[in-house]
Design a binder for this molecule. Sequence first.
Ligand SMILES: [Zn+2]
Length: 118
Amino acid sequence: MSPLKWRCHRCRFEIADREGVVYCQTWKIHKASTPRNWGERTLAAIFAAADEARWRAAHVACFAEGEGQGYAWDIERLRDVPGLLEFHFHVAEKPWAVGTDLNEFTYAAVKRCWAVAS
Ligand SMILES: [Zn+2]
């Protein structure tokens, strides 16, 4: 099975080992998923914030200076299904993970692994 390839969502170029991460900027998660923080925000604002709390792949060099990655996982650990599942179950234990698109993200990545293999 060939290793899963990742493309940077910022520059669109492929990410080599030790050059990138899969990350979720956790400050966006908390805004999106904690009901007590919803306050008087409109539903549209809540859904917009939830949309920001997504798992993405990017080159470390593509982050702006001083921009935090949030919760990040080295890209070279996410090249196959066992690596993806290790990532998934590790993150799924975090109470804030429910406020992200973790399930959809992992499922899409696993499907790409299978597509690469077949
Ligand atoms: Zn990039």
